[in-house]
Design a protein around this ligand. Structure first.
Ligand SMILES: O=c1ccn([C@@H]2O[C@H](COP(=O)(O)O)[C@@H](O)[C@H]2O)c(=O)[nH]1
Length: 306
C-alpha cells in the first residue's frame, strides 16, 4: 500500500491527503434539510447529511488526490449511524481508488490492539469466515503504551500489505507538554522517532519507504528537521497546514531531496473551503466545487516550495 500511495503521489504530483472531518457545522443547510426531512433531526439524519456531504466532496476531488483521511471522531459523535457513515465513506473512497488513512489514533494492551487491528485493517474470524470491518489501508496510532501496543497493528499490516502512521510530534499547541520533555538531554519525540524507524525497518516497499510511517505536525518545522533524519525510511503524514496556520514553507523539512517522503493533510481548509472569503463566490450550493478549487490551490502552493 505504501507503493500505491507513493505511486499516486508521483503521478498526480500531489503529496496531499484530504481530511474527511465532516462536522455538521460544515454541512450546507440544503444538505442538512434534505437529510432531516427524510430521517428527522436524529443521529440517522446527521449521519445521512455527513455521508451526502462527503460523497459530493469525494466526487469533486478524487481525480486530483492520492488519499483521504477520514477522522473517526467526526463520525463517532453520531453514534452507530455515524460509524455507518464512516464505513460507507471508506467503501466509497475505495471504489474511487483512493488510499484510505483511518485517523483512529489507537493503541492499547496487546490483546486489545489486536482487536483494533482486526477491526480497522482486518480481517476478523467469524466461524469459518474471515470478514473485514472498517478495512482502511493505513491507520494512525498513538505509541504512548509502547511496542506491545503497536506490534499487533504492524503484524496485521504486514499480512494485509497495509500500513500505519505513528504519532511522533503532533501539531497541537500543547504537544510539547510531554513530547518535548527531555530524557537524558533529548526530547521524548526523538526517542519515539527512533522507535518508529526501528518498527518499520524490516517492512519497506519497493519505493524505498516503509509501511510504518509517522505523524509530524507542520506547525513544528524545526522538530521536523530532526525527525526526518531520525526516520529516513518513514513516510510522514503532516497535519497542521491551512486551518492550523502552517504554510507551505513549514512543510519542507518533512520532504526528502526528491520532494517525496511526506504527505500533507488538510481537512477544514478543503472540506469547508466554501466558508472562506477566498472561495465565497462558489456559495454553499457549490461547496464541492470550492473544495476542488482549494485542492488545486494547495497542490500549486506545495509544488511552489518543493
Ligand atoms: O498531530 C496531529 C495529528 C492529527 N491531526 C488530525 O488532522 C486533522 C487536521 O485537521 P485540519 O482541519 O486540517 O486542521 C484532524 O483530523 C486532526 O485530528 C492533527 O491535526 N494533528
Amino acid at each position: 500500500m505504501i507503493d500505491k500511495l507513493v505511486g499516486k503521489i508521483k503521478k498526480l504530483n500531489a503529496p496531499i491527503v484530504v481530511g474527511l472531518d465532516p462536522n455538521l457545522a460544515f454541512v450546507p443547510e440544503h444538505i442538512q434539510k434534505k437529510a432531516f426531512d427524510e430521517y428527522g433531526e436524529t443521529l440517522e439524519g446527521a449521519a445521512e447529511a455527513i455521508w451526502q456531504f462527503n460523497k459530493a466532496i469525494v466526487d469533486a476531488v478524487y481525480d486530483l488526490i492520492p488519499a483521504v483521511k477520514p477522522q473517526i471522531a467526526m463520525y463517532e459523535q453520531f453514534g452507530l449511524p455515524g460509524l455507518e457513515a464512516f464505513h460507507r465513506t471508506v467503501e466509497y473512497c475505495r471504489q474511487k481508488d483512493l488510499v484510505i488513512i483511518g485517523d483512529i489514533k489507537r493503541g492499547d494492551i496487546g490483546s486489545t490492539s489486536e482487536a483494533y487491528a482486526r477491526g480497522h485493517l482486518g480481517p476478523v474470524k467469524v466461524g469459518s469466515r474471515s470478514l473485514y470491518g472498517f478495512n482502511e489501508d493505513f491507520v494512525t496510532l498513538n505509541p504512548y503504551m509502547g511496542s506491545d501496543s503497536i506490534n499487533p497493528f504492524i503484524n496485521t499490516a504486514k499480512k494485509e500489505k497495509k500500513g500505519a502512521f505513528i504519532l511522533v510530534k503532533t501539531s497541537n499547541p500543547s504537544s510539547g507538554e510531554f513530547q518535548d520533555r527531555l530524557i537524558d538531554g533529548r526530547p521524548l519525540f526523538e526517542y519515539v522517532a527512533e522507535k518508529v524507524n526501528e518498527w518499520g525497518s524490516d517492512y519497506v516497499g519497493e519505493c524505498g519507504y516503509s509501511y510504518v510511517g509517522a505523524v509530524v505536525g507542520a506547525t513544528y518545522p524545526e522538530q521536523a528537521r530532526i525527525t526526518r533524519k531520525l526516520m529516513p525510511k518513514a513516510y510522514i503524514l503532516v497535519p497542521g497546514y491551512g486551518a492550523q496556520g502552517a504554510t507551505a514553507k513549514d512543510l519542507l523539512p518533512n520532504f526528502d531531496e526528491n520532494g517525496l517522503g511526506a504527505i500533507v493533510n488538510s481537512s477544514r481548509g478543503i472540506i469547508a473551503a466554501y466558508k472562506q472569503e477566498k472561495y465565497a463566490k462558489f456559495g454553499a450550493e457549490h461547496f464541492a466545487d470550492a473544495s476542488r478549487a482549494a485542492v488545486i490551490d494547495m497542490q500549486k502552493d506545495i509544488a511552489s516550495v518543493l
